[in-house]
Design a protein around this ligand. Sequence first.
Ligand code: SAH
Ligand code: SF4
Ligand code: F3S
Length: 445
Amino acid sequence: MTQADPKKYHIKSFGCQMNVYDGERMSELLSDQGMSAADSSEDADLVVLNTCHIREKAVDKVYSDIGRLRRKDGSSPMIAVAGCVAQAEGREISRRAPSVDIVVGPQAYHRLPELMDVAKSGKKALDTDMPAISKFDILPSRGKQARPTAFLTVQEGCDKFCTYCVVPYTRGAEISRPWADLVNEAKALVDGGALEITLLGQNVNAWSGEDDKGQTQGLDGLIRALDKIKGLKRIRYMTSHPNDMTGGLVSAHGDVETLMPFLHLPVQSGSDRILKAMNRSHSAKSYLDILEQMRKVRPDIALSGDFIVGFPGETDQDFEETLQIVREARYSQAFSFKYSPRPGTPAAGMEEQIPPEVMDERLQRLQALLNQQQFDFNQQTVGRTTDILLERQGKLDGQLIGKTPWLQSVHIISPDLAIGDLADVEITQAGPNSLTGRIKERLAA
Ligand code: SAH
Ligand code: SF4
Ligand code: F3S
């Protein structure tokens, strides 16, 4: 059956910020084709599910989301499955869920308009290629930004092959986008109203490239160049890998004013035995050494991390070592997960898979410790005055929510300020997940 020309699209992104970035680029692409954004999937005639494959439940959720797109009268919109599940499952998706019209991988979504043409003719469209011509060369340039904070993917893919992880298979080999493209995209984002840019990559600190003078630069060089863009107030980056943490990047935290004092540096486990089995190629000590260097130049740095509990073979002793590294590293926030076997990864076939109840108990203990550290970190900011960038409306009348340099959310009440303002606030109260502040003054943007 042929389908009508879709006019309104709705994109739902799951998973990491790189998917959020891809979702934004797809939205710009579709708008460029004359389509407009619908507020919900109900009102859309094209729905894009931009999926994540990192853990088990994510995939189940995609299939139940596909099911829910069926409308009361039995019809359904044109459905595209994009992102990492699309890359991993390919044709299997439209086999298992026949209402899916398009399957498109994370390196091929610039071809969405052509794939829609195929779908319109009643055929199933599939593109999970990883083409040599980068999607970035074809996507429309960046325009007006809906928010004061923007994402900018600088590096994609991963060559690390941690034994539990699907990313090297779903995102492909590590590539760094060229210097000039990034500087231009950052300028366009700032021209479009962005005050803060977060540089993204699966291993963002592995970024390298040649600057405009032909000199090889690392992420620190790129950050220093972006720091010079007039109107850009804040730079962040994530996610970093301990092995790619250079002295240059550490010292940039000491002297680049727009580089925010926040570091997302996952360690995964505190046990060297488990780190080895994970193929992480860093040790607990080399991780702590990086933190020591970082805290020398930026004592107030907020540290974030990722953890996996219950990796195959993890003993009580290994897990105690994870708790120990948390105590030594001191986190301001962190993400922690139960190990989830992913098809095709080496760890999925390892012996000694850990029983679910052991994982549950370990995760609870780890999260109790991490939550306590987050609360302590938040409480240390009470009484301090700091700048916050107002990012969104709160639930109460006149309430706005902004972020501190350390990425904490602050609630303020101020009828005079608006989203996109930078303001000086005194932190008056701290909770486990957010802070409350009182306005001292509005800073010139
Ligand atoms: N490139 C980043 C993070 C990639 S995925 C890094 O190397 O740290 C984000 C997080 O998901 C990982 O840091 C890890 O903690 C978690 N993760 C990845 N695969 C997982 C799996 N199979 N089971 C549970 N958690 C996993
Ligand atoms: Fe996955 Fe490891 Fe690559 Fe991170 S470094 S994306 S955890 S394989
Ligand atoms: Fe998920 Fe793919 Fe990101 S698997 S975490 S969306 S790279």
